[in-house]
Design a binder for this molecule. Structure first.
Ligand SMILES: [Mg+2]
Length: 238
Protein backbone atom coordinates (compact mmCIF):
# COMPACT_ATOMS: atom_id res chain seq x y z
CA UNK A 1 0.00 0.00 0.00
CA UNK A 2 1.20 3.47 -0.86
CA UNK A 3 2.01 5.18 2.44
CA UNK A 4 0.70 8.50 1.13
CA UNK A 5 -2.84 7.13 0.85
CA UNK A 6 -2.85 5.68 4.36
CA UNK A 7 -5.44 7.50 6.48
CA UNK A 8 -3.74 8.98 9.54
CA UNK A 9 -5.34 8.46 12.94
CA UNK A 10 -8.92 9.09 11.96
CA UNK A 11 -8.35 12.63 10.64
CA UNK A 12 -10.44 13.12 7.53
CA UNK A 13 -8.57 14.49 4.50
CA UNK A 14 -10.67 17.67 4.42
CA UNK A 15 -10.00 18.24 8.09
CA UNK A 16 -6.30 17.50 7.69
CA UNK A 17 -6.06 20.14 4.97
CA UNK A 18 -7.22 22.84 7.37
CA UNK A 19 -5.05 21.78 10.31
CA UNK A 20 -1.52 23.19 10.39
CA UNK A 21 1.08 20.44 10.14
CA UNK A 22 3.44 20.05 13.11
CA UNK A 23 6.26 22.56 12.82
CA UNK A 24 4.24 24.99 10.69
CA UNK A 25 4.11 28.62 11.79
CA UNK A 26 0.61 29.35 13.10
CA UNK A 27 0.92 32.86 14.61
CA UNK A 28 3.25 35.45 16.14
CA UNK A 29 2.91 36.41 19.79
CA UNK A 30 4.82 39.11 21.67
CA UNK A 31 7.34 36.45 22.72
CA UNK A 32 7.76 35.31 19.11
CA UNK A 33 8.42 38.87 17.94
CA UNK A 34 10.98 39.32 20.70
CA UNK A 35 12.54 36.06 19.48
CA UNK A 36 12.48 37.54 15.96
CA UNK A 37 14.42 40.68 16.87
CA UNK A 38 16.95 38.60 18.82
CA UNK A 39 17.34 36.19 15.90
CA UNK A 40 17.58 39.10 13.46
CA UNK A 41 20.27 40.69 15.62
CA UNK A 42 22.33 37.47 15.53
CA UNK A 43 21.84 37.03 11.79
CA UNK A 44 22.87 40.63 11.10
CA UNK A 45 25.90 40.24 13.34
CA UNK A 46 26.90 37.04 11.53
CA UNK A 47 26.55 38.84 8.18
CA UNK A 48 28.01 42.16 9.30
CA UNK A 49 31.18 41.83 7.20
CA UNK A 50 29.18 40.91 4.10
CA UNK A 51 26.81 43.88 4.54
CA UNK A 52 29.73 46.23 5.19
CA UNK A 53 31.51 44.97 2.06
CA UNK A 54 28.38 45.42 -0.10
CA UNK A 55 27.93 48.92 1.31
CA UNK A 56 31.62 49.70 0.69
CA UNK A 57 31.07 48.97 -3.01
CA UNK A 58 28.19 51.44 -3.23
CA UNK A 59 28.30 53.72 -0.20
CA UNK A 60 30.27 54.22 2.98
CA UNK A 61 30.73 50.63 4.10
CA UNK A 62 28.86 50.74 7.38
CA UNK A 63 25.50 49.04 6.74
CA UNK A 64 26.45 45.85 8.58
CA UNK A 65 27.92 47.76 11.48
CA UNK A 66 24.93 50.11 11.72
CA UNK A 67 22.35 47.35 11.52
CA UNK A 68 24.13 45.10 14.03
CA UNK A 69 24.69 47.91 16.51
CA UNK A 70 21.13 49.23 16.08
CA UNK A 71 19.54 45.82 16.56
CA UNK A 72 21.76 44.96 19.54
CA UNK A 73 20.85 48.21 21.34
CA UNK A 74 17.14 48.08 20.45
CA UNK A 75 16.82 44.41 21.39
CA UNK A 76 18.58 45.07 24.72
CA UNK A 77 16.27 48.00 25.43
CA UNK A 78 13.25 45.76 24.85
CA UNK A 79 14.51 42.94 27.08
CA UNK A 80 11.93 42.31 29.75
CA UNK A 81 9.09 43.50 27.50
CA UNK A 82 7.80 39.93 27.25
CA UNK A 83 5.01 40.76 29.67
CA UNK A 84 3.68 43.27 27.13
CA UNK A 85 0.53 42.22 25.34
CA UNK A 86 0.34 44.80 22.55
CA UNK A 87 2.41 43.74 19.54
CA UNK A 88 1.75 47.06 17.85
CA UNK A 89 3.23 48.93 20.77
CA UNK A 90 6.26 46.63 20.86
CA UNK A 91 6.97 47.07 17.14
CA UNK A 92 6.59 50.85 17.40
CA UNK A 93 8.98 51.01 20.35
CA UNK A 94 11.49 48.87 18.48
CA UNK A 95 11.17 51.14 15.43
CA UNK A 96 11.80 54.29 17.45
CA UNK A 97 14.84 52.67 19.07
CA UNK A 98 16.21 51.81 15.60
CA UNK A 99 15.65 55.34 14.29
CA UNK A 100 17.53 56.71 17.28
CA UNK A 101 20.22 54.03 17.52
CA UNK A 102 21.06 52.63 14.09
CA UNK A 103 23.02 54.96 11.87
CA UNK A 104 22.75 55.59 8.16
CA UNK A 105 19.73 55.47 5.92
CA UNK A 106 19.08 51.92 7.13
CA UNK A 107 18.30 53.07 10.66
CA UNK A 108 15.62 55.51 9.61
CA UNK A 109 14.15 53.26 6.91
CA UNK A 110 13.98 50.10 9.04
CA UNK A 111 12.86 52.16 12.01
CA UNK A 112 10.02 53.58 9.95
CA UNK A 113 9.16 50.07 8.70
CA UNK A 114 8.80 48.77 12.28
CA UNK A 115 6.85 51.85 13.41
CA UNK A 116 4.39 51.59 10.52
CA UNK A 117 4.02 47.83 11.00
CA UNK A 118 3.27 48.49 14.66
CA UNK A 119 0.61 51.08 13.83
CA UNK A 120 -1.01 48.59 11.41
CA UNK A 121 -1.45 45.97 14.16
CA UNK A 122 -2.05 48.28 17.14
CA UNK A 123 -3.68 46.58 20.12
CA UNK A 124 -3.20 43.01 18.87
CA UNK A 125 -1.68 40.39 21.17
CA UNK A 126 -1.22 37.82 18.41
CA UNK A 127 -0.67 38.14 14.67
CA UNK A 128 -2.37 35.75 12.26
CA UNK A 129 -1.67 35.68 8.51
CA UNK A 130 -3.99 38.62 7.56
CA UNK A 131 -2.52 40.76 10.38
CA UNK A 132 1.02 39.94 9.25
CA UNK A 133 0.00 40.88 5.70
CA UNK A 134 -1.14 44.30 6.98
CA UNK A 135 2.08 44.73 8.97
CA UNK A 136 4.35 43.88 6.03
CA UNK A 137 2.37 46.07 3.62
CA UNK A 138 2.52 48.98 6.07
CA UNK A 139 6.27 48.45 6.53
CA UNK A 140 6.82 48.56 2.76
CA UNK A 141 4.60 51.65 2.37
CA UNK A 142 6.51 53.33 5.20
CA UNK A 143 9.89 52.67 3.56
CA UNK A 144 8.62 54.00 0.23
CA UNK A 145 7.37 57.19 1.88
CA UNK A 146 10.31 57.77 4.23
CA UNK A 147 12.93 56.97 1.58
CA UNK A 148 10.91 58.45 -1.28
CA UNK A 149 11.84 55.32 -3.17
CA UNK A 150 10.16 53.23 -5.82
CA UNK A 151 10.81 49.75 -7.15
CA UNK A 152 14.01 49.66 -9.15
CA UNK A 153 15.76 52.43 -7.19
CA UNK A 154 18.19 49.82 -5.75
CA UNK A 155 17.16 50.07 -2.09
CA UNK A 156 15.67 48.05 0.78
CA UNK A 157 12.32 48.57 -0.93
CA UNK A 158 13.34 46.33 -3.86
CA UNK A 159 13.31 43.35 -1.47
CA UNK A 160 10.62 44.47 0.98
CA UNK A 161 7.87 45.37 -1.50
CA UNK A 162 7.98 42.06 -3.41
CA UNK A 163 8.08 40.21 -0.07
CA UNK A 164 5.05 42.08 1.29
CA UNK A 165 3.16 41.65 -1.97
CA UNK A 166 3.94 37.93 -2.27
CA UNK A 167 2.83 37.46 1.31
CA UNK A 168 -0.48 39.30 0.73
CA UNK A 169 -1.20 37.43 -2.50
CA UNK A 170 -0.55 34.13 -0.71
CA UNK A 171 -2.79 34.98 2.23
CA UNK A 172 -5.57 36.23 -0.06
CA UNK A 173 -5.25 32.90 -1.90
CA UNK A 174 -5.82 31.03 1.36
CA UNK A 175 -2.22 30.27 2.32
CA UNK A 176 -1.26 30.04 5.97
CA UNK A 177 1.61 31.93 7.58
CA UNK A 178 4.19 29.25 6.83
CA UNK A 179 3.58 29.01 3.08
CA UNK A 180 3.07 32.74 2.63
CA UNK A 181 6.28 33.52 4.55
CA UNK A 182 8.26 31.12 2.38
CA UNK A 183 6.83 32.87 -0.70
CA UNK A 184 7.79 36.22 0.85
CA UNK A 185 11.36 35.08 1.48
CA UNK A 186 11.67 33.86 -2.12
CA UNK A 187 10.33 37.20 -3.35
CA UNK A 188 12.75 39.10 -1.09
CA UNK A 189 15.65 37.01 -2.39
CA UNK A 190 14.54 37.57 -6.00
CA UNK A 191 14.20 41.30 -5.40
CA UNK A 192 17.59 41.42 -3.68
CA UNK A 193 19.34 39.67 -6.60
CA UNK A 194 17.49 41.91 -9.05
CA UNK A 195 19.21 44.98 -7.54
CA UNK A 196 22.56 43.89 -8.99
CA UNK A 197 22.11 45.26 -12.55
CA UNK A 198 20.26 48.38 -11.39
CA UNK A 199 21.61 51.93 -11.41
CA UNK A 200 21.06 53.40 -7.94
CA UNK A 201 18.56 56.24 -7.77
CA UNK A 202 18.65 56.84 -4.01
CA UNK A 203 21.27 57.21 -1.30
CA UNK A 204 25.03 57.51 -1.50
CA UNK A 205 25.17 54.98 -4.35
CA UNK A 206 23.50 57.54 -6.63
CA UNK A 207 26.75 59.42 -7.06
CA UNK A 208 28.27 56.34 -8.74
CA UNK A 209 25.76 56.45 -11.59
CA UNK A 210 26.52 53.70 -14.13
CA UNK A 211 29.22 52.34 -11.83
CA UNK A 212 26.56 51.30 -9.33
CA UNK A 213 25.62 48.52 -11.74
CA UNK A 214 26.93 45.05 -10.94
CA UNK A 215 26.62 45.38 -7.16
CA UNK A 216 23.95 44.05 -4.83
CA UNK A 217 22.20 46.61 -2.67
CA UNK A 218 23.19 46.05 0.99
CA UNK A 219 19.76 47.14 2.25
CA UNK A 220 17.99 44.65 0.02
CA UNK A 221 20.36 41.98 1.40
CA UNK A 222 19.62 42.88 5.03
CA UNK A 223 15.90 42.88 4.25
CA UNK A 224 16.18 39.34 2.86
CA UNK A 225 17.98 38.31 6.07
CA UNK A 226 15.23 39.84 8.23
CA UNK A 227 12.53 37.96 6.32
CA UNK A 228 14.40 34.71 6.98
CA UNK A 229 14.60 35.53 10.69
CA UNK A 230 10.86 36.20 10.70
CA UNK A 231 9.96 32.76 9.36
CA UNK A 232 12.28 31.09 11.85
CA UNK A 233 10.66 32.89 14.79
CA UNK A 234 6.96 32.14 14.37
CA UNK A 235 4.92 30.10 16.86
CA UNK A 236 4.72 26.55 15.55
CA UNK A 237 1.95 23.95 15.62
CA UNK A 238 2.74 20.98 17.84
MG1 LIG B 1 26.22 53.19 4.74
Amino acid sequence: MDIRTTPSSGVLPTEAATLPAPGQVVCFTVADLLAFVTRAERLLLRNRALLDRLDAELGDGDHGENMSAGFIDATRALAGADDADDIGDLLRRFGHLLVAGAGGAGGSLYGTAFIEAGIAVAGMSQLDAPAMARALAAAADGVARRGRCRLGDKTIYDALRPAADAFSVGVEGGQGLQTALIAAIRAARGGMHATRPLIARRGLAMRLGERSRGHLDPGAMSCFLLMRALLASGRRAR
